[in-house]
Ligand binder design. Structure first.
Ligand code: BEZ
Length: 212
């Protein structure tokens, strides 16, 4: 399969999940999506990751982002493990987990890296916008749990660019100044950024975060 690159259309699929069968694009609808794989059910790091996503449910909802997890385990395994996640992580898993026993989706999204593990998925992340374009890809090894605060930060940045024509500088956090994208002409700035701006260099123009 071809590598999935930023700007590509996210490959569509139908799959069994812990919340029933889905057609991926229909399931995304007019939302954003975060599709993320984990190596296996009933494993310690994965248990903390899925618990964290469940505990961040309001944060994802606030951003109109639907999370969906995947491993090559089956539905019964997912359902039993969800009980453990809920119990140990003090949460309620309310997002679907894809049961990809035949590896159809894992292969479509290149989530199995044979030189790391030839059976299990690595920790892949795909953030997909409402037009079904891939906006971020990320791969972590099995031994490192992902930082979901960072993923929320990236989603905020992607949405600022999509809706407000700003980018975010190094180590940006919610509330910090943003960078006016180069495509915006100087004469458009006053209308687009009524909070003002600072020209550090002609190519480095800062403005207060527009959406707060
Ligand atoms: C874990 O989730 O803890 C894990 C899964 C596969 C390999 C290593 C760790």
């Amino acid at each position: 399969m071809a590598h999935i690159r930023l700007g590509d259309e996210a490959p569509n699929f139908t799959a069994q999940t812990s919340k029933g069968e889905i057609n991926f694009h229909d399931w995304i609808g007019d939302h954003w999506a975060i599709l993320f794989s984990h190596p296996a059910d009933y494993t310690p790091v994965c248990t903390t990751e899925l618990g964290t996503v469940a505990n961040y449910s309001a944060e994802f909802a606030k951003r109109k982002v639907k999370p969906i997890a995947l491993s090559v385990d089956g539905l019964e395994s997912h359902k039993g493990w969800i009980n453990d996640i809920n119990e140990t992580q003090d949460t309620e898993v309310d997002f679907p987990i894809i049961a990809d026993e035949d590896r159809k989706v894992a292969e479509l999204y290149d989530m199995i890296h044979p030189n790391a593990d030839n059976k299990l998925t690595v920790r892949s992340v795909f953030i997909i916008d409402p037009s079904k374009k891939v906006k971020l890809t990320l791969t972590y090894p099995a031994s490192t749990g992902r930082n979901f605060d960072e993923l929320l930060r990236v989603i905020d940045s992607l949405q600022l660019t999509a809706y407000h024509k700003v980018a975010t500088p190094a180590n940006w956090n919610h509330g910090d100044d943003c960078v006016i994208v180069p495509a915006v002409k100087n004469e458009e700035i006053a209308d687009l950024f009524p909070k003002g701006h600072k020209e550090v260099k002609p190519y480095l123009r800062l403005t207060p975060q527009p959406n707060i």
